[in-house]
Design a protein around this ligand. Structure first.
Ligand code: SAH
Ligand code: SF4
Length: 402
């Protein structure tokens, strides 16, 4: 995901609007148990709670409704009560961009929480043959400061709630037509295998393992078989290497693991991925070796960004293969996606191919990740930074006019 030349359609930008503070508790992102408790607290009779929970769950996650009025099998009185007590609205789509290659990117705005301000994050949809992957954000900004990553230069604002994380998938399914039309007869539901979003990767903005509880709760909702139904085998969580949380991720979430490795020596990784100073390579690889559920059928992905003259030598490719010995691994070589002000360049194509050939010879297949959505800058942190730049320009224009 990099560079830009192609002319995609002009982005649709929603006018800035002042969001009112979210007063009502949001139901999206609650587990079934928490949803049942919320309903009971709101006065739904105890003997109805189970049935109402199942109905609301179905409307929210199978049919994708964002309005209680559409929940036809719930009595009018109860619907009105639900409307007055709870929120099930979507985040606001500030901007939607569609690449000539079909990649889509949304800039989403969430209302303020408490005394905070509205926040914006991005989600990216990447269609592929026979499947489609949604790249989801877990935080607004990131506390970590990986030197090649644009998100790392942005201020960490806050963690997203489980509902805000799930909301990204709901928006993608809305916009792609992945939910059945609300007025179709019951039963006319898009079958799982026909869905455009078939896979989810936690690879957007933020470090998911620094927002562990919310990501865990969100992924439980996303993988619920009677709801959004994305199987845990089709969910991958990417971490820069928060070692103590890796085992719990396997045990509690049971999703696929990706590691942002990017360097094979501690001295270099300390610079590229500074969390390495806290959890060095030896500890990280040991956590991978013992990751619950990893097997040859469920390999751990190692992401390796190709930085010109920094980490792209033949020697490093050989060292990478040596380091991963004994770990059921696959390797993703990611061409570096430059951003304004970055101090790195992307390795030349023949260098990437040579690096890939060494990795291939060791038995790792087709490891170069094809850049997608070039024309809409569909890469980690880029949409957000575009919008921040725009705001700065708008501010300057306003200043000049005053
Ligand atoms: N914080 C998590 C997940 C989000 S980043 C993590 O670091 O794993 C998702 C992936 O994009 C990571 O592998 C990250 O290293 C990579 N990435 C970040 N900036 C990039 C850039 N400019 N070019 C290519 N890959 C980048
Ligand atoms: Fe944060 Fe991941 Fe970017 Fe590092 S690569 S700054 S952990 S989002």
């Amino acid at each position: 995901m990099s560079l830009s030349i192609d002319l995609g359609p002009a982005p649709i930008r929603a006018p800035a609007r002042i969001s009112l503070p979210a007063e009502k508790p949001h139901l999206v992102g609650l587990g079934r148990e928490a949803l049942a408790q919320a309903l009971e607290k709101a006065g739904v009779p105890a003997k109805q709670v189970r049935m109402r929970t199942a109905q609301i769950w179905h409307w929210l996650y199978v049919r994708g409704v964002s309005d209680f009025s559409a929940m036809r099998n719930i009595s009018k009185d109860l619907r009105e009560k639900l409307i007055s007590e709870f929120d099930i609205s979507r985040p606001e789509i500030v901007e939607e961009q569609i690449s000539v290659d079909g990649t889509r990117k949304w800039l989403l705005r969430y209302p303020p929480r408490g005394a905070g301000r509205p926040v914006e994050v991005e989600a990216v949809y990447i269609p592929e043959k026979g499947r489609g992957t949604l790249c989801v954000s877990s935080q607004v900004g990131c506390t970590l400061t990986c030197t090649f990553c644009h998100t790392g230069t942005q201020r960490m604002v806050r963690n997203l709630t489980a509902g805000e994380i799930v909301g990204q998938l709901l928006i993608a399914r809305d916009r792609l037509g992945d939910f059945p039309a609300h007025d179709t007869p019951d039963g006319a539901i898009v079958p799982g295998e026909g869905r455009l979003v078939s896979n989810v990767v936690m690879m957007g903005m933020g470090e998911p393992l620094y927002n562990y509880d919310n990501v865990r709760d969100a992924l439980a909702v996303v993988s619920d078989g009677d709801g959004l139904a994305i199987s845990k085998r089709r969910i991958t969580l990417s971490t820069s290497g928060v070692v103590p949380m890796i085992r719990p991720t396997g045990e509690e979430m049971g999703v696929g693991l990706a590691i942002s490795l990017h360097a094979v020596r501690n001295d270099l990784r300390d610079i590229l991925v500074p969390i390495n100073r806290k959890y060095p390579l030896e500890q990280l690889l040991e956590a991978c070796r013992t990751y619950p559920g990893a097997s040859n059928a469920r390999r751990i992905t190692f992401e390796y960004v190709m930085l010109k003259d920094v980490n792209d030598s033949d020697e490093e490719a050989r060292e990478l293969v040596r380091l991963l010995k004994g770990i059921p691994a696959k390797i993703n070589l990611i061409p570096f996606n430059p951003w304004p002000g970055s101090n790195y360049g992307c390795s030349d194509w023949d260098r990437i191919e040579r690096f890939a050939a060494i990795v291939n010879e060791a038995g790792y297949a087709s490891p170069i990740r094809t850049p997608r959505g070039r024309d809409i800058l569909a890469a980690c942190g880029q949409l957000k930074s575009e919008s921040e730049r725009m705001k700065k320009t708008e501010r300057m224009a306003a200043g000049a006019a005053a």
